[in-house]
Every structure is written in C-alpha cells, then in structure tokens.
Design a protein around this ligand. Structure first.
Ligand code: HEM
Ligand SMILES: *[C@@H]1O[C@H](CO)[C@@H](O)[C@H](O)[C@H]1NC(C)=O
Ligand SMILES: *[C@@H]1O[C@H](CO)[C@@H](O)[C@H](O)[C@H]1NC(C)=O
Ligand SMILES: *[C@@H]1O[C@H](CO)[C@@H](O)[C@H](O)[C@H]1NC(C)=O
Ligand SMILES: *[C@@H]1O[C@H](CO)[C@@H](O)[C@H](O)[C@H]1NC(C)=O
Ligand SMILES: *[C@@H]1O[C@H](CO)[C@@H](O)[C@H](O)[C@H]1NC(C)=O
Ligand SMILES: *[C@@H]1O[C@H](CO)[C@@H](O)[C@H](O)[C@H]1NC(C)=O
Length: 386
C-alpha cells in the first residue's frame, strides 16, 4: 500500500519565473516551420498580482452555449472557462491562455495551473504550435511534426493518459461516454451528499464536505471496478482523481462563504457555468491548498494504484524503478512522463525548447512536493494508438 502523505505535503515554492523558463530565446529562432506548421515558443506567464476575492464572471465574460463545432470535453472547469470566454470559446486554446484564464476566473496559483496545462499539453496537445483542444480531435490542431503522435493530435479527452476511469461525472470509456457530463452518475454522487453532506442554506445534507468526497470516490471506484473489465487506475490517474474531487471544495466553492452548495456545484458540472453572484477563492489555490484536501481523501480512500486482471480482480501496479519508487508523488511523476510520447524528447528547435520548458514545469512541481524526487524526466512513453 502506498503512502499518501505526499499529498498533504503538496507544496510549491513560489519559484521565480527564471527557474521555470526554458533556454534563452534568440529572436532569430522564433520563425520555424516543420511539416507546414509554424512553431510558437511557449512562455510561462507571471503570477497575477491581483489575487483576492472577486465576483466571477465579470461583464466581459457572459455565458454563451457552445456551438456545434466548438470543442468541449471531460473537464468541467475548462468547459466553464470556454463557455464564458476566459479561454477561446471554440475550445482550442494555448498554454498561456489556459494558465491566465485559470488565474483570473478560479484563482488557481500560477505554478499549479502551469503544471496541469503542461501535463495535458504533452499528452493531448501540440507542443510545437502551442495548441490544445479541451475536447477531442480538431482540424484546428495539426498533428505533431515528424509523426511523433501519429496522424492526429487527440485533445485532452484522449482516454488512458490524463483522462481515465472512475470519474465523478463521466463514464469509463469501456462503459459509455467518458467525455460529456452524465446525469445518472452525478445523481449517484448526490446520494452520498444526502448521506454525508453538511447542513446549509439549501437544506440539510446539501453542502459538500470531506466525508462526501471520500464516499463519492469510493463509490466511483467500486462501481467501475466491477462493471469495467478493463478498469485501469494507474498512479497518475489516482492522483488526478483525488486532485479533481478536491477542487469541489477548493475551487468550485463560493470564495466568500467557502461553502460548496448543491445547487452551485451542480451548475459547474451540469451547466458548465458560474452560479450568479459567485466569488472565486479568496487566495490563490496552490498545490499545497488543494493537496491538503486531496491528501485527506486519498488517506481515507486507501486504494493503491492498480488495474483489473483477466479475472476482474483489482491488482496493485508494481512500483516503478528506483529512484521513482520513493513516494507516491514520484511514482505518479514516472507514470505521467511514461504516458507521453518519447518522440517529444528527440526534437530540435522550438519544439525542443517547449518540451524542455513543459517538462521542467512538471518536474519543479513534483520536486516541490517531494524534494527527494530529484531526477528530471523527459517524455518516454509510446505514441497514441487512436
Ligand atoms: C481550474 C482548474 C481546474 C479545475 C477546478 C478542474 C476540475 C476538474 C474536475 C472536477 C474534474 C473531474 C470530472 C469528473 O470526474 O467527472 C476534472 C477532470 C479533468 N480535467 Fe480538469 N480541472 C482544472 C484544470 C484542468 C486543466 C488545466 C486541464 C487541461 C488543460 C484539465 C483537464 C482535465 C481532464 C483531461 C479531466 C478528465 C479526468 C477524468 O475524469 O478522467 N483540467 N477537472
Ligand atoms: C436539519 O438538521 C437539524 C439539526 O440536525 C434539525 O434540527 C432539523 O430538523 C433538520 N431539518 C430538516 C428540514 O430536516
Ligand atoms: C448557490 O448557493 C447559494 C447558497 O449558498 C444559493 O442561495 C444560490 O441560490 C445558489 N445559486 C444557484 C445559481 O444555484
Ligand atoms: C442547467 O441545465 C439544466 C439541464 O439541462 C437546465 O434545466 C437548467 O435550466 C440549467 N440551469 C441554468 C441556470 O442554466
Ligand atoms: C457567495 O457568498 C456571498 C456572501 O455571503 C453571497 O453574497 C453570494 O450570493 C454567494 N454566492 C453564491 C453563488 O452562493
Ligand atoms: C526502490 O527500489 C529499490 C530497487 O529495487 C529498492 O532497493 C528500494 O528498497 C525501493 N524503495 C522503496 C521505498 O520501496
Ligand atoms: C531521433 O530522431 C531522429 C530524426 O528523426 C532519428 O533518426 C533518431 O533515430 C531518433 N533517435 C531516437 C533515440 O529515437
């Protein structure tokens, strides 16, 4: 059984931008064309200076429902940002746009946000042109140069890298729709809220709390482990599932009251919009802040990373090679880089600079959580099969 204490130690030093930026950029290196695509250097934006309570959305960001060609996907937060124009409404966005949009609308601290976008950019985006779809394959995001990922760039909905099994409101890919909100699954989550939730302005047992999150994750896991013969829950996905569910309390709650009420949380998941009169978190949501909740959920959940075997029995995954077996954080790090195509680590020019920047962002985050996890990795996994 893994230890989950790493989660409660999730901490990111406020690194100076210089610590995370890539090699020096010479002006002559900025125009580069490969396979007909123009490369774009990715730049890590600075932490926003205005970080207090703020009513969201502001007047410049009204809800507009997505059109038929707009990409939406498995992340309620990305869908909400796009529905309000905090990122491109067509769902095709960039590293910088998502990082800035998360800071503005959700008060996600810069380094935590950059870590999440970097992880998704190298598993589902095009790190050469700096474009990512918050849904599936799009004609607006070209394939990576040199066939690194095969004929298409998948989008964040690609199954088996960041997106995975035992989600709160999406079905396992083997079972059903792993991309869009599923009312029936959300209703099952709400049964746990009815049992464990706190009392609040909308009635008894209507406010999400830690026991509710634990019960939801236990239920998601138990149902899918039984119903999905291909059930897979590797370290990166276990860590992601705990991170995601904790966001209900740290990000979706009303920043003024810190309450995560049933009608408000439903709007984020079901309608992918902000409740009226909603305030973002009162201070930046760092990996430490969210890690305190995700760590507590993980400790109570107490399931090791693993997968079903041919008999449908859940079997723990073997530990990664040393030194990555020292902690859950380091195990997840190895697992995550191992799901990114190795071709990304064998490039030149702008793509090489971007991959080095994104890899260093991920590494800095993990090293902040577990300083002993001090060996930088570049992507070393297989190309996408789909
Ligand atoms: C504001 C910060 C964020 C919040 C509050 C957030 C929240 C969530 C939540 C609650 C889920 C779980 C959905 C479910 O299990 O039904 C989720 C899933 C997901 N998110 Fe986000 N997210 C954030 C940032 C991001 C970013 C920056 C990306 C990528 C660019 C991303 C990609 C994903 C993906 C791929 C999933 C699917 C995981 C799965 O359930 O299999 N998220 N997110
Ligand atoms: C809500 O809970 C309180 C405290 O347990 C109780 O006094 C009250 O009767 C409950 N209200 C309803 C509507 O059930
Ligand atoms: C959000 O929750 C509050 C209670 O904290 C409630 O009064 C309000 O009606 C909810 N907003 C929406 C849009 O559901
Ligand atoms: C949220 O979605 C539900 C179901 O689609 C709809 O009935 C409801 O009117 C929506 N609420 C808001 C505030 O958009
Ligand atoms: C958030 O809390 C503030 C302060 O109590 C309140 O005015 C506002 O209506 C609340 N918003 C929601 C969405 O619950
Ligand atoms: C990690 O693996 C090495 C080599 O197999 C082993 O000696 C070491 O005890 C392992 N460390 C942990 C913390 O499991
Ligand atoms: C790196 O890429 C070059 C050019 O595409 C190729 O010839 C070489 O075999 C690759 N090296 C590795 C280790 O994959």
């Amino acid at each position: 059984m893994r230890r989950y204490t790493a989660f409660s130690l999730l901490t990111l030093a406020i690194l100076p931008v210089s610590a995370l930026s890539g090699p020096a950029i010479s002006p002559t290196s900025t125009l580069e064309i490969q396979d007909g695509q123009t490369g774009t250097l990715i730049v890590l934006p600075p932490q926003a200076t205005e970080t207090g309570l703020k009513k969201i959305p502001d007047g410049d960001h009204p809800f507009i429902a997505p059109g038929p060609d707009d990409q939406r996907g498995p992340c309620p937060a990305m869908n909400t940002l796009a529905n309000h124009g905090y990122i491109s409404r067509n769902g095709i966005t960039t590293f910088e746009e998502i990082t800035l949009g998360m800071m503005e609308a959700f008060n996600i601290e810069r380094n935590l946000g950059a870590f999440m976008v970097a992880s998704n950019m190298m598993t589902g985006g095009n790190s050469f042109v700096n474009k990512i779809s918050i849904g599936g394959v799009s004609p607006l995001v070209p394939p990576l140069p040199g066939g690194i990922e095969g004929p298409v760039t998948s989008g964040i909905a690609i199954h088996g890298r960041v997106e995975g099994d035992a989600s709160i409101t999406r079905a396992d890919t083997f079972i059903g729709d792993s991309r869009n909100f599923q009312e029936d699954l959300f209703d099952l989550d709400l049964l746990q809220l009815e049992k464990f939730g706190d009392n609040g302005p909308n009635g008894n047992n209507t406010v999400f709390n830690l026991p509710t999150l634990v019960a939801i994750k236990q239920q998601n896991f138990m149902m899918d482990q039984v119903a999905n013969p291909e059930f897979t829950f590797p370290a990166r996905r276990l860590g992601g599932a705990l991170t995601d569910v904790a966001f209900i309390l740290t990000v979706f709650a009303n920043g003024t009251t810190t309450q995560a009420t049933l009608p408000n949380i439903s709007l984020f998941f079901r309608n992918q919009t902000f409740p009226d009169n909603w305030f973002r978190a009162a201070s930046p949501v760092t990996a430490l802040v969210n890690g305190e909740i995700s760590g507590a959920v993980g400790a109570a959940f107490a399931v090791p990373p693993g997968r079903n075997n041919a008999q449908g029995v859940y079997v723990a995954d073997p530990p990664p090679p040393a030194p990555f077996n020292i902690s859950f954080a380091c195990t997840s790090y190895y697992d995550l880089l191992g799901t990114m195509p190795a071709g990304l680590a064998n490039t030149t020019g702008i793509l090489k600079q971007n991959v080095e920047l994104l890899s260093s962002i991920i590494f800095s985050t993990v090293e902040g959580i577990d300083p002993a996890c001090n060996q930088l990795l570049l992507p070393f996994g297989p190309a996408a099969t789909a």
